[in-house]
Design a protein around this ligand. Structure first.
Ligand code: 0L1
Ligand code: MG
Length: 267
């Protein structure tokens, strides 16, 4: 690690304030070019501790930048992980206030809920499927706290991987008998198809995203507890939304998830 504990705490406060005040900030590596990967996750962990101290419940985990479409869109090659909050959870059909966000985008994802804990290293797709209670469709609303989406991977990790809101809906299903690689998804914005994908877009198989998360956490001596809700990452590229937009995502086998965006745009 290159940054002191004091600087890590200061950057966590800075980024969390950007989220809570809906004010975009410059990417933090501009002022701290020596920040390393450990520092980036330490800042994310400090944000998590700040939220827990205020009574926020951590509602799950997420993987980000797991699809080739997203990696290409962001110009990066490695997935990253973050956490989900209780206040980020939205019901199917929700009206999401864009006034609470900076510049939201939506991503169609598949979520897993575990019935057994998972711990890397060495965790593979088979371990994940054996430990899965059910899968369900979920749409993530990401909202980078960085001005004009100008960021690098370390800055994004520190910013809790742009986590903001997520909408679950559709039907929970056992993964048994579902070919997750071929599971199709159609994302519609205001009635028009704007993105399509299949499960294999996520690291070849969405369960591979959960395996990678278990292995990334396992390298730090952590396990994913039974019962954890995990979002595996956008299957499609992220689609920008603003007040007045309606999003509907249809998933093969899993039903659909929809939401509308209301309020006053900040941009
Ligand atoms: O969920 C994710 O894939 C994280 C995306 C982080 C970058 C962005 O804000 O687009
Ligand atoms: Mg995502």
């Amino acid at each position: 690690m290159n940054l002191s504990t004091a600087i890590i705490e200061q950057l966590a406060e800075h980024l969390e304030n950007a989220e809570l005040k809906r004010e975009a900030v410059a990417k933090i590596t501009d002022a701290h070019p020596d920040m390393d990967w450990e520092d980036a996750y330490a800042i994310q962990d400090a944000i998590r501790r700040r939220k827990i101290a205020r009574g926020v419940r951590i509602a799950g985990l997420k993987m980000g930048l797991t699809s080739f479409a997203k990696m290409k869109q962001m110009g990066v090659s490695d997935p990253i992980h973050g956490f989900l909050t209780d206040y980020g959870s939205c019901l199917d059909g929700a009206a999401i206030d864009v006034g609470g966000l900076i510049h939201p985008k939506v991503e169609a994802e598949i979520a897993f809920v575990l019935k057994h804990p998972l711990k890397g290293p060495g965790c593979h797709i088979g371990d994940v499927l054996a430990a899965t209670d059910f899968i369900l469709p979920a749409v993530e609303v990401i909202d980078s706290r960085y001005e004009n989406f100008r960021f690098d991977l370390k800055s994004v990790i520190a910013d809790n991987t742009s986590s903001a809101r997520y909408v679950t809906g559709g039907q929970m299903r056992s993964p048994v008998g579902i070919d997750l690689k071929c599971l199709g998804v159609v994302l519609e914005k205001n009635g028009e198809v704007v993105a399509t994908a299949a499960g294999a877009a996520v690291l070849g198989h969405p369960a591979q995203s959960v395996a990678m998360l278990a292995n990334m956490l396992g390298a730090k001596g952590q396990e994913i507890p039974a019962g954890t809700f995990i979002m595996t990452g956008g299957m499609t590229e992220a689609i920008a939304v603003e007040a007045g937009d309606h999003i509907s995502v249809r998933y093969q086998h899993l039903g659909s998830v929809s939401m509308r965006f209301v309020g006053t745009n900040n941009h």
